[in-house]
Write a protein that binds this ligand. Sequence first.
Ligand SMILES: C[C@@]1(CC(=O)O)C2=NC(=C\c3[nH]c(c(CCC(=O)O)c3CC(=O)O)Cc3[nH]c(c(CC(=O)O)c3CCC(=O)O)/C=C3\N/C(=C\2)[C@@H](CCC(=O)O)[C@]3(C)CC(=O)O)/[C@H]1CCC(=O)O
Ligand SMILES: NC(=O)c1ccc[n+]([C@@H]2O[C@H](COP(=O)([O-])OP(=O)(O)OC[C@H]3O[C@@H](n4cnc5c(N)ncnc54)[C@H](O)[C@@H]3O)[C@@H](O)[C@H]2O)c1
Length: 214
Amino acid sequence: MSARYPVLLDVARLRVLVVGGGAVGARKVAGLVEAGGRPDVVSPEATAELADLVAREGLVWHRRPWSAETDAAGYHLVFAATDSVDVNAAVADAARSAGAMVSRADQGDAGEVQVPSTLREGDVVVALSTGGASPLLARRIRERLAETVVTPGLGRAVRRLSQVRAEIQARWAGDDARRRAFWFDLITPGFLDHAVRGRDDEVERAISRCLSQS
Ligand SMILES: C[C@@]1(CC(=O)O)C2=NC(=C\c3[nH]c(c(CCC(=O)O)c3CC(=O)O)Cc3[nH]c(c(CC(=O)O)c3CCC(=O)O)/C=C3\N/C(=C\2)[C@@H](CCC(=O)O)[C@]3(C)CC(=O)O)/[C@H]1CCC(=O)O
Ligand SMILES: NC(=O)c1ccc[n+]([C@@H]2O[C@H](COP(=O)([O-])OP(=O)(O)OC[C@H]3O[C@@H](n4cnc5c(N)ncnc54)[C@H](O)[C@@H]3O)[C@@H](O)[C@H]2O)c1
């Protein structure tokens, strides 16, 4: 398959539809909600987890089969996640004709969008794809990264750096070279090690040192 271009979507700004309320549709809805989205759902049935989530979040759930007449238009992004290849194909065609991007749960290559395995730790987001070759391997890579690099300590360090960034932007508002020098001085491989290992005191020490030298 062709190489794809990874982006991070602000799904809170998009009108999103998930067609199919089985385990796969439920996972898509949960991922969208986690990212601030409020997808509509069309499906005659839903898993208990999905029904709970819909109720908790007050999402719109049309409890019936997808219909080309009522469900095709008005969306930016449509997930075709039923257990029928024919229904998924019809959903994809109609959504695309109405201007939406499509994700096919049964045939990744057939959609404009594929969902990556996603790891979040504070503001750090890792999105992993095997291009459909092995979603389970993507999950294993995610689990390994969570153990080795994308740790809670890293998440805390990134939260702290967003404060430092605001300070640095204000301090050297007109001096691009100075700001760049500061960041290359602070964000070394050693700094990453401290953050990953959760050594908050070392992270703080490095920040203080670089701020006071500047
Ligand atoms: C990342 C993740 C995101 C999510 O869905 O939220 C995701 N699949 C996940 C898990 C998973 N999916 C499957 C298994 C069983 C083991 C296996 O088959 O390998 C497991 C493992 C498990 O359940 O843990 C089966 C499966 N998946 C697809 C097909 C159809 C096909 O092969 O064409 C079939 C076979 C159906 C059948 O045989 O009937 C298709 C797709 N699945 C994708 C994404 C896209 C490609 C991403 C990539 O390649 O990296 C793509 C192309 C389309 C899409 O959905 O966008 C999520 C990981 C969550 C995590 O991180 O834990
Ligand atoms: N992308 C992935 O990660 C992944 C993983 C496993 C399977 N799959 C694929 O995704 C498909 C769905 O998997 P599942 O485990 O959720 O299946 P499932 O059978 O548990 O759920 C299918 C859902 O689709 C609904 N549905 C059926 N016809 C419909 C229609 N006309 N309109 C609206 N909704 C309809 C059903 O009510 C049910 O809620 C599988 O058939 C397989 O091809 C994808």
